[in-house]
Design a protein around this ligand. Structure first.
Ligand code: HEC
Length: 135
């Protein structure tokens, strides 16, 4: 009977001790890095901004979305930095080249090079980058 009366104290003690210990365990097994998705509050830091700036630079969009075809000239794509192949394209004027980048050019050139998250201005900047390297 005397032991039973101690039970509430025992329970209170266990809860009081177990709480901090559990926090400590969670902290200890916590992963080194957290997944942080674009749009989440944790992604608002400077680091993420720096990363996304790099990710949307003309060079990196080119590497991700255009280089597959334009590095090697696949399917008749004008090759990056090939002045002779770009010359007839340049004669069309930049506005036409921008439109081809944004809306595609049948049959081989897909709209936005299939970079669907790219804005029209992103694509224009990539076209500028390609043209600057190819004349
Ligand atoms: C699946 C292959 C492919 C990808 C990916 C691709 N292109 Fe092209 N691109 C082509 C082909 C093929 C042509 C030539 C089309 C033609 O003249 O019939 C072309 C032509 C172009 C031209 C010249 C258009 C003109 O009016 O002469 C531009 C500018 C261009 N691409 C920009 C881009 C940009 C910017 C990207 C990436 C965002 C990209 N391309 C990704 C295949 C591709």
């Amino acid at each position: 009977m005397k032991n039973l009366m101690l039970l509430p104290f025992l329970v209170v003690t266990i809860v009081a001790v177990a709480g901090p210990i559990e926090d400590e365990i969670i902290a200890r097994i916590h992963k080194v890095g957290d997944v942080c998705l674009v749009g989440q509050a944790c992604a608002a830091g400077e680091m993420m901004e720096a990363l996304s700036d790099t990710a949307s630079s003309p060079e990196s969009i080119y590497e991700r979305s255009c280089s597959t075809c334009h590095d090697l000239g696949i399917a008749g794509a004008p090759k990056m930095a090939d002045v002779a192949q770009w010359a007839p394209r340049l004669e069309k004027g930049m506005d036409t080249l921008y439109d081809s980048g944004i809306y595609g050019l049948a049959p081989g050139m897909p709209a936005k090079g299939m970079c669907f998250e790219c804005s029209d201005d992103d694509i224009k900047a990539v076209v500028d980058y390609m043209v600057a390297a190819s004349q």
